[in-house]
Design a protein around this ligand. Structure first.
Ligand code: NAP
Length: 374
């Protein structure tokens, strides 16, 4: 549509002057959006002309031994990144990946640190290591995530794996990293925290959304029957909900927090757990509709380097600020969010850290962003 025929809101959206929460929700019929994203949207690869030189900068990328995490780390190194910390659950796989990554910037320091998102102890130890060993942190990309096809719970927490890793552990890692990022910020540019989310959160039905307590309802297939796609979507939805609210409690002058959807991306190991006919179908679907991994990873680099404070708390899709996928009608306070979507094991830690960020009253923010469930 020519720009003179667009509404003021549409023009503002084009110019990225409005945030995700001010945008009209995505249509319920997701087909046209998917087609636009996967077949028409042009994702540019990062270049030194487009982005500032990253010499002297330090980035952390979780799950960077393979897939989108690996490729985004490679792209950051190609832009001159001086120090990369790879947060990986297997040091062996991480070291093998680091060897390949060194080719992208032989003078960069690349460290491989243990991070198992299935245990809170590992997450806490990783954050302590960041606090103790890094003098500055400019960029954090929380990419580690999974999409299991069968139901399983994690012995350490008794929670279902997808919700544990993609939501609860990612949220905990984010919250614990915030004060570390803030304390190490030196220059004029605030540190960046980019979380990898997914459009799949738009497609889930979330049948157990009214169950209280909510979290245990994911852990019992008699309460919430298992559906792998649905569960993956809900895990990303919960995470998005939490991060939107978290960002409202953090000043973008201190840390810029945003979320990115890389789009359906082929050539990663996300569907590694699929077997038999499901594996074949996934392979065909990804190879027909998926974007190449370098284009998917370029959306991470864009989220971390290509947008400023205007992207704080926003969801990015195709390298643009886009509407949230969260669709529901009730105000959600921190208190409700903590009670419904934070593991009781970590709730007080999250609460404590979050109060440490700006010290504000928990209940006062109940009137902020109105989320709408469909
Ligand atoms: N590919 C897509 O179409 C697509 C679309 C939207 C969003 N995403 C999101 O993009 C991110 C990367 O996915 P991908 O496609 O690149 O998949 P991938 O190739 O399977 O990479 C996932 C990464 O996460 C790590 N990881 C998984 N569980 C972990 C745990 N418990 N602790 C630490 N690390 C863990 C994996 O480590 P191991 O190798 O050791 O398992 C791997 O490094 C995920 O968050 C995914 O949800 C992907």
């Amino acid at each position: 549509m020519p720009s003179h025929q667009k509404s003021g809101k549409d023009q503002a959206a084009d110019a990225q002057l409005i945030s995700s929460k001010e945008m009209a929700p995505l249509p319920e019929n997701f087909g046209p959006v998917f087609f636009q994203n996967q077949f028409l949207a042009k994702i540019e690869l990062p270049t030194k002309e487009k982005y500032a030189d990253l010499t002297g900068k330090c980035a952390i990328v979780t799950g960077s031994n393979t897939g989108l995490g690996f490729e985004s780390a490679r792209q950051l190194l190609s832009l001159g990144l001086s120090h990369l910390v790879m947060g990986v659950r297997s040091l062996e796989r991480g070291n093998a990946a680091a060897t390949k990554l060194r080719a992208a910037n032989p003078s960069a320091k690349i460290e491989v640190w243990q991070l198992d998102m299935e245990t809170y102890e590992s997450i806490k130890a990783f954050v302590c290591k960041c606090q103790d060993n890094l003098s500055l942190i400019d960029i954090v990309i929380l990419n580690a995530g999974l999409a299991p096809v069968t139901f399983a719970t994690i012995p350490a927490t008794d929670h279902e794996t997808t919700v544990q890793v993609n939501h609860m552990s990612t949220v905990l890692l984010s919250v614990l990293l915030l004060p570390v990022l803030k304390s190490k910020s030196k220059g004029q540019n605030p540190p960046r925290l980019t979380l990898v989310n997914s459009m799949m959160s738009h497609l889930c039905k979330f049948p157990n959304k009214s169950k209280r307590p909510m979290l245990p309802s994911f852990d019992d297939t008699a309460v919430t029957p298992w559906n792998a796609e649905e569960r993956y979507g809900v895990s990303k939805l919960l995470c998005q909900l939490f991060i939107v609210r978290l960002a409202e409690n953090v000043k973008p002058e201190d840390i810029i927090i945003n979320m990115v959807d890389p789009g359906l991306t082929k050539g990663t190991e996300l569907s590694r757990h699929a077997k038999g006919i499901t594996a074949v179908a996934a392979k065909i679907f990804f190879s027909v509709a998926g974007r190449p991994v370098d284009r998917g990873a370029a959306t991470y680099v864009d989220a971390a380097l290509g947008h400023g404070k205007e992207s704080h708390g926003c969801f990015l899709m195709n390298c643009k600020i886009a509407p949230y996928v969260i669709i529901h009608e009730v105000p959600v306070s921190w208190k409700i969010l903590l009670m419904t979507s934070c593991d009781p094991q970590t709730r007080s830690l999250v609460l404590h850290r979050r109060q440490g960020i700006n010290g504000s009253d928990l209940d006062r923010d109940a009137s902020r962003t109105q989320f709408r469930w469909r």
